[in-house]
Design a protein around this ligand. Structure first.
Ligand SMILES: C[S@@+](CC[C@H](N)C(=O)[O-])C[C@H]1O[C@@H](n2cnc3c(N)ncnc32)[C@H](O)[C@@H]1O
Length: 181
């Protein structure tokens, strides 16, 4: 009986951890394809001397790629599990310029950002459009993926559907818009 109880509790905890890995209030966890990142980050001018923010940083892959390019890179993420995971990966790679903050993207200020990356659902993206218009310094760049700003005109669009096989991804994955404040 005790063994059954222990196994059931273990299974329950396992299920809760698995569910919370994918949960997210303004978007579930769906990572950007790693093979797209270099091109996107280079196009936005991510490099040493730049401050890069990712709003909803998932498993940390975008922040880590930006840090490898030399930028001071900060990820904001509401899942503590993904924050811990991201910190472990950054530490393993010795990337002291990659930082991860646990919290809500809407409660931070991005007045010192040079480049911001967003992959959230339309409602969150639209809320951030207003927030970033008010907070970002002049010339800061915002990259949106799949779901884009509705009023802010992009200066560049990249559709990477043809360069990579994204047929199994959700509609719109592989489209990136670049905006300048
Ligand atoms: C679609 S995933 C994108 C992950 C990562 N940016 C990438 O491109 O690989 C969205 C992420 O944003 C996080 N998220 C959603 N709403 C958030 C909020 N209000 N504050 C902080 N993180 C949020 C989710 O937990 C999830 O990890």
């Amino acid at each position: 009986m005790e063994l059954i109880l222990t196994i059931s509790s273990g299974l329950l905890v396992g299920c809760l951890v698995a569910i919370s890995w994918f949960a997210g209030s303004d978007a579930p966890y769906v990572p950007t394809k790693i093979e797209l990142l270099k091109k996107i980050l280079n196009t936005a001018g991510v490099k040493k001397g730049k401050k890069f923010y990712e709003l909803g940083s998932g498993d940390g892959r975008v922040v880590i790629e930006a840090a490898k390019l030399g930028a001071e890179s900060i990820g904001i993420e509401q899942s503590i599990l993904r924050i811990v995971y991201s910190k472990i990966v950054a530490k393993k790679l010795n990337l002291s310029n990659a930082r991860f903050l646990h919290g809500n993207v809407f409660s931070k200020n991005y007045q010192d950002a040079d480049i911001v990356y967003i992959y959230l659902l339309p409602k969150g993206v639209s809320r951030l459009e207003k927030q970033l218009r008010n907070q970002l310094p002049k010339r800061a760049i915002v990259i949106t993926q799949t779901f884009h700003f509705t009023n802010w005109k992009p200066y560049k669009k990249l559709d990477l559907f043809n360069e990579f096989d994204l047929s199994k991804d959700i509609k719109g994955a592989g489209s990136f818009y670049f905006y300048q404040r």
